[in-house]
Design a binder for this molecule. Structure first.
Ligand code: BYC
Length: 336
């Protein structure tokens, strides 16, 4: 079975290592984190650390899988064969990212069925951004440029996450995400530099709809973030929500100039004292509404995932039956 776990040897902090008193075990765990060591799946870890990781990694996996839906909507309507092939490959990559991430979460002792059940019954979240519709072809380019761009900004620090299987999954995910971001920018650049006025207007209109929701991807402001402080202490998150959002804004402003699009924020301007761009207020009521299930597409997205699970039941059953048959054949061959 594919796994992100690489450690097999017993070592200090390992669950099978000699028993330590609870406080001593916790102190050693904290010391390992402080020393920048990676925690592996068989190492002892506090329950809260394990739960935090399962929550974040499974929500990340769900985001990748639900994130296939808005772009998948355009595969049959891509304007050229080249763009269609690129989009097919990108959506397939997102499916792969979901699988690496489910595999990483499984190393923490939670089954994929449990994680998927939590998504379907509304206990687990997925990124707010995927609850917005893709109304035009320009949305596909803007998702690549802004949504994948925001994802990379958030995910690069996760390559140094203290939990080894998550960190290793993220290295591969980030390499692929950077292609995704560039293909989005390229699709928009083609329309902005060689397209008609109608195509340029379509790009601008898509940017108007996606800019603010992209900023919300980084999560609530640090002051309202429930998990940031503890996650930073444990080296799960390396950089806070607000700092990452600011880095993303600073990068996007320059890219928007190259594209020739307006980011639709009259308060967006360079602040030489801070060395960053100031920006207008983010509508956090909208964010919490969408996270709470009341965005434009929440119901459709969840219904599509539940339907896919039900309609795919026969494939899982067939794969399990095949695996059982193979195992029985192998056992018979060994006994002979
Ligand atoms: N949407 O304490 P906080 C992709 C929740 S996929 C929904 O700051 P944390 C792509 C948060 O879960 C990109 N919920 O949380 C795929 C918490 O609620 P719970 C997905 C959000 O975890 C296909 C509460 O608000 N990336 O790129 O410390 C095509 C308080 O927040 C959101 C990841 O998942 C949100 N935006 O920080 C194209 C990256 N933000 O769980 C592209 C991994 C916050 O207590 N995840 N919440 O019920 C992370 O880095 C962190 O989980 C977050 C939030 C920065 C997102």
């Amino acid at each position: 079975m594919y796994t992100q776990a690489m450690d097999t040897a017993a070592r200090e902090g390992h669950a099978s290592a000699p028993e330590l008193a609870p406080t001593e075990r916790e102190q050693r765990f904290e010391a390992r984190i402080a020393a920048g060591e990676y925690v592996e799946s068989k190492d002892w870890m506090p329950d809260h650390y394990r739960r935090t990781l399962v929550r974040q990694i499974s929500q990340h996996a769900h985001s990748e899988i639900v994130g296939m839906l808005p772009e998948g909507n355009w595969i049959t309507r891509a304007p050229t064969l080249k763009r269609k092939a690129i989009l097919l490959a990108k959506v397939q990559d997102e499916g792969g990212h979901g699988l690496y991430l489910y595999a990483a979460a499984e190393t923490l002792g939670t089954s994929r069925d449990e994680m998927i059940e939590a998504l379907h019954n509304g206990q687990a979240k997925y990124s707010s951004i995927f609850n917005y519709p893709t109304l035009t072809w320009a949305d596909v380019g803007v998702i690549g440029w802004l949504v994948d761009g925001a994802a990379i900004m958030n995910q690069i620090p996760l390559c140094r996450c203290s939990y080894g299987p998550y960190a290793r999954a993220m290295i591969r995910v980030c390499r692929e995400e950077s292609f995704h971001q560039r293909q989005g920018f390229d699709a928009l650049y083609a329309m902005m530099s060689q397209g008609t006025q109608a195509q340029r207007d379509m790009v601008q209109e898509a940017v108007n709809r996606w800019w603010w929701p992209s900023l919300m991807m980084f999560g609530p402001p640090d002051g309202e973030s429930t998990h940031s402080e503890q996650s930073m202490r444990w080296g799960i998150k390396r950089i806070g929500n607000d700092e990452l959002r600011q880095k993303f804004i600073d990068a996007a402003v320059e890219q928007a100039k190259v594209l020739g699009v307006d980011l639709q924020d009259p308060q967006l301007k360079w602040n030489p004292e801070r060395g960053h761009h100031d920006h207008g207020p983010i509508d956090w009521d909208e964010f919490w509404r969408v996270v709470g299930g009341d965005g434009p597409c929440n119901r459709d997205r969840l219904a599509a995932r539940v339907r896919a699970r039900e309609e795919g039941a026969w494939v899982r059953e067939a794969a399990m039956a095949h695996a059982r048959k193979r195992a029985a054949c192998d056992a018979a061959a060994q006994a002979a």
